[in-house]
Design a protein around this ligand. Structure first.
Ligand SMILES: [Zn+2]
Length: 103
């Protein structure tokens, strides 16, 4: 298994997992908080993580994630979905909650 993504938001991690599975890649979400030692680790170590089951899927999974989360380097602020009000990270060009495109 290979870790291919970590997100501050469980919904975002689930979205990535779904995208990978749509591409035929077996993926699962691991919860950083459940891996132990929470509280002694920096917050990013407790973020939900997306793992691929097969090591050979790692490269393709990373390409897919990059395509899904692609945004300009100047775009570093998050946004709020006008459709459902969800707070989204800047990396997402589409709302993972309701599917609405950022505009
Ligand atoms: Zn939305």
């Amino acid at each position: 298994m290979k870790r291919v993504y970590s997100a501050s938001d469980i919904g975002a991690a689930g979205f990535i997992q779904g995208v990978l599975e749509n591409e035929g890649i077996q993926a699962l979400v691991k919860h950083g908080l459940l891996s132990g030692a929470a509280g002694e680790l920096p917050p990013t170590e407790c973020w939900p993580e997306v793992w691929v089951m097969e090591d050979e899927d790692e490269t393709r999974a990373r390409e897919i994630i990059e395509a899904v989360t692609a945004s300009g380097p100047e775009d570093v602020t998050g946004w709020t979905c006008p459709g459902c009000g969800e707070s989204l990270e800047a990396a997402f060009t589409q709302c993972w909650n309701c599917g609405r495109e950022r505009n």
